[in-house]
Write a protein that binds this ligand. Structure first.
Ligand SMILES: NC(=O)c1ccc[n+]([C@@H]2O[C@H](COP(=O)([O-])OP(=O)(O)OC[C@H]3O[C@@H](n4cnc5c(N)ncnc54)[C@H](OP(=O)(O)O)[C@@H]3O)[C@@H](O)[C@H]2O)c1
Length: 344
């Protein structure tokens, strides 16, 4: 099997972490780097040992040797460059959030399906052995009926950096899309269900949520045993990235679900109600590599309509509803938002 040859569009900060892992991932090859600025592309290429440079994103798409693109662009550009890449026949690894809203995400997915290319969002941790082990514990039923799932992802800026894309609504900014994306995603993934209703409150700066707290309710509104999830995202609190799944019989806790604090000790715990705790240590390679290899596997097996894409779309849809709630102050019934329909 020949390697999937990648070009990166944009010399983004996150591309500096991902580029070496495209080199080291099995089945992948980093062929080129594109930038709006030729000099930036050349510097990046030199630093990360990349053979080809392009002085525009379009030039990378014109290269017939490129099989796939990695898009670490501001969310406002995800739709445009995903659709252009798909039309050029390139598979797309698009950074999270997939788009600014579900409408954009739906268009991106439709265009990728039309051109028969794989689209995957840039959440890395899903593709690790630890994530699989956590999902297996939840699915095994050993925690009992699931009652409460709580997830948190925050970091702190002392002063809000007004030039950063995260501080601009039109660029797809805000803590919900940047960090809450992971919390909503893990909730939907572990529960394997869409919420019926959501509610959120936020602190605002420059019309973006710099802190958001959200509720998601699952199942029948009249049931006394509804599963509830809460999420927290913020740019104003020390770096935290933890998750707790509370069941009737046991709980699962992970203090660093989006990225292990210690790369050689990816772990989580299961607990009973008597103080007995089991640590599960699940070593895995760098999560960037896990994601790139998963993306290459999807390409090689021709899976354009894969479960991760449905999870992205559902995540985007729930983020839309949480944003709507935070802006209106109302509980939002999901069936009343957006023309959402389950895609086959
Ligand atoms: N998966 C993860 O763990 C992870 C981590 C961090 C960020 N991200 C995601 O990755 C994406 C990029 O985030 P980042 O913080 O790395 O971004 P960044 O450093 O600001 O870089 C964005 C890049 O986009 C290009 N660009 C094109 N038009 C632009 C415009 N109008 N304004 C700014 N940049 C523009 C620039 O590349 P050129 O100048 O070279 O063209 C720039 O370097 C976001 O979607 C973010 O959520 C994911």
């Amino acid at each position: 099997m020949t390697n999937i040859r990648f070009a990166i569009l944009g010399t983004a900060k996150i591309a500096r972490t991902v580029a070496p892992k495209i080199h080291s991932a099995a089945g992948a090859e980093l062929l080129g780097i594109a930038s709006r600025n030729e000099e930036s592309a050349q510097q990046f290429a030199q630093e990360f040992n990349i053979p080809r440079t392009y002085s525009s994103y379009a030039a990378a798409l014109d290269d017939p040797d490129v099989d796939a693109v990695y898009l670490p662009l501001p969310p406002s550009l995800h739709r445009e460059w995903t659709e252009k890449a798909a039309a050029a026949g390139k598979h797309v690894l698009c950074e999270k959030p997939l788009a600014r809203n579900a409408d954009e995400a739906d268009h991106m997915i439709a265009v990728c399906q039309e051109h028969d290319v794989v689209l995957l969002d840039g959440v890395m941790w899903y593709h690790t052995a630890r994530a699989v082990a956590m999902k297996n514990v939840v699915d095994s039923g050993q925690l009992g009926d699931l009652r409460q799932l709580t997830s948190v992802f925050t970091f702190r800026w002392d002063t809000m950096p007004m030039k950063n894309l995260r501080m601009h609504r039109d660029m797809g900014g805000g803590s919900l899309l940047d960090l809450g994306w992971y919390c909503v995603g893990v909730t939907l993934w572990l529960l394997d269900e869409m919420p019926q209703q959501v509610y959120a409150r936020a602190n605002w700066c420059n019309d973006v949520d710099v802190r958001l707290n959200g509720f998601l309710w699952f199942g029948d509104e009249d049931s006394a045993q509804r599963t509830v999830a809460t999420i927290e995202s913020g740019f104003d609190t020390v770096r935290r990235r933890w998750l707790e799944v509370g069941g009737a019989k046991g709980s699962l806790v992970c203090d660093d679900f989006t990225r292990p604090w210690k790369s050689d000790r990816p772990h989580f715990w299961t607990n009973d109600g008597d103080g007995n705790s089991t640590e599960h240590l699940i070593p895995h390679k760098a999560q960037e590599e896990c994601m790139i290899e998963a993306f290459c596997d999807l390409i090689c097996s021709g899976q354009t309509n894969h479960p991760w894409l449905r999870l992205s779309r559902n995540t985007q849809f729930v983020c839309d509803a949480l944003d709507r709630s935070a802006r209106s102050g109302n509980v939002v019934d999901l069936e009343n938002v957006h023309p959402y329909k389950e895609q086959e």
